[in-house]
Write a protein that binds this ligand. Structure first.
Ligand code: UD1
Ligand code: UDP
Length: 379
């Protein structure tokens, strides 16, 4: 079967890497007639070296067969250009299936273009909901799930969310909890990161004598439009980071959206408490996460990675799709108010962190399960 995989944004390279490796493993052990042919389409949503190519190199993803080069722009323009480009590829290649990941504009464009051509869509990370329709990601998720034939859910909660919207197995649909492909990736790549990443030394966070990180730091990431494209919210978060950075520095790999908006609002925190660095590669990010005192973030993927590494996480939002991490006590929704953020961080040591449940995000074999379902094509 010919499969087209659509990617475009940073987290999608990390998710697709797990499934692509599973396809390669499957192809090695099956007769040539049954092999899967994967064609990789990159929409070009992310394009800076540190948001794009570095992941293809580190994760050993194949070079995309098609690079649509859509780039940045307002939602309708960006999604519209992707739709046109993806449709052309689908008409030429006539695949048996299209795989899309997560909740970006590249996800929705891939799903919509395929569904209109009656090509079955497989949505990896289906069923996630924040129930906040002001987020572009929520719109992308809801619509992509509606358009999909195969809905691969990372958690049981995601399966429930879909059922509440009437999306259930049967009548031509497969809805299945397979686990989280990002968990597959973290298990595989964190071992490689241990050997290869030099980021702690590069940033002076580890003394030359020490085998493990020995200087304390908070790791922060920030890129959600609701936080960056609102000067009051962005200011408030930076103020909070500045306060908590008084005794323990904050390392902040800066997403280009955040950098752009800080420039637009003329926000240039002068103190040395927040250390702004360029976006880091995945192996470096995993290393920074694993050794952090705590993580502050509005990223979806980073909340889960904090949980998997057992690092307390403070989510700079009012709600999250990853409710399991909050229920477990490892993640707290702190919003954007400096007082609340500082208070939560001060009480970090007192937090009662529950045992992490097993199997909530699967067993690290989500990608294998996805391939098995796709091969059976069991609609
Ligand atoms: C997108 C996704 C978001 C995801 C995030 C992952 C949508 C609507 N949003 O947000 O769900 O969490 O990716 O990181 O799809 N830019 C650059 N260089 C790049 C990429 C972006 O400078 O390589 C700048 C541009 O100024 C651009 C801005 O970042 O306008 C935002 O990029 P965009 O892809 O529209 O959204 P993200 O914020 O990256
Ligand atoms: N990430 C990375 N370098 C960075 C910031 C994040 O490699 O500088 C990784 C992170 O470890 C996670 C993924 O990117 O695997 C999350 O992507 P992002 O936060 O951009 O998007 P989201 O998950 O919120 O959609």
């Amino acid at each position: 079967m010919k499969i087209i995989t659509i990617v475009g944004a940073r987290p999608q390279f990390i998710k697709a890497a797990a499934v692509t490796r599973a396809i390669q493993r499957y192809n090695k052990r099956c007769p040539s007639k049954q092999k899967l042919q994967e064609i990789l389409v990159h929409t070009g949503q992310h394009y800076d070296y540190l948001m794009d190519k570095v992941f293809f190199e580190e994760l050993e993803l194949p070079t995309p067969d098609y690079q649509l080069g859509v780039g940045s722009g307002p939602h309708a323009q960006q999604t519209g250009m992707m739709l046109e480009g993806i449709e052309r590829v689908l008409e030429k290649e006539n695949p048996g299936m299209v795989i899309v990941y997560g909740d970006t504009n590249s996800t929705l464009a891939g799903a919509l273009a395929a569904a209109k051509l009656n090509i079955p869509v497989a949505h990896v990370e289906a069923g996630l909901r924040s129930y906040n329709r002001t987020m572009p990601e929520e719109i992308n998720r809801v619509l992509t799930d509606q358009l999909s034939t195969f809905l691969f859910c990372p958690t049981s909660q995601a399966v429930k969310n879909l059922a509440e919207e009437g999306i259930k197995p049967g009548r031509g649909r497969v809805v299945k909890k397979v686990g989280d492909v990002m968990y597959d990736s973290i298990l595989y790549y964190s071992k490689i990161a241990e050997k290869k990443s030099t980021i702690l030394k590069d940033l002076g966070l580890r003394s030359p004598q020490s085998a493990i990180g020995n200087l304390q730091y908070y790791l922060a990431t920030l890129h959600r439009a609701e936080n960056t494209d609102n000067s009051n919210r962005l200011k408030s978060i930076l103020r909070a980071l500045n306060e908590i950075g008084e005794n323990t520095p904050v390392i902040l790999p800066l997403h280009p959206r955040t950098k752009k908006m800080m420039g637009a609002y003329r926000l240039f925190p002068g103190s040395r408490r927040i250390r702004f660095i360029e976006p880091v590669s995945y192996l470096d990010m995993v290393t920074l996460e694993k050794n952090a005192t705590a993580i502050l973030t509005d990223s979806g993927g980073v909340q889960k990675e904090a949980y998997w590494f057992g690092i307390p996480c403070f989510t700079l939002r009012e709600e999250t799709e990853w409710v399991e991490t909050v229920k477990s006590g490892w993640n707290v929704l702190v919003g954007i108010e400096p007082k609340k953020i500082v208070r939560e961080i001060i009480h970090l040591g007192k937090r009662r962190l529950s045992q992490k449940g097993t199997g909530i995000f699967g067993d690290g074999k989500a990608s294998e399960k996805i391939i098995q379902v796709l091969i059976r094509g069991s609609v």
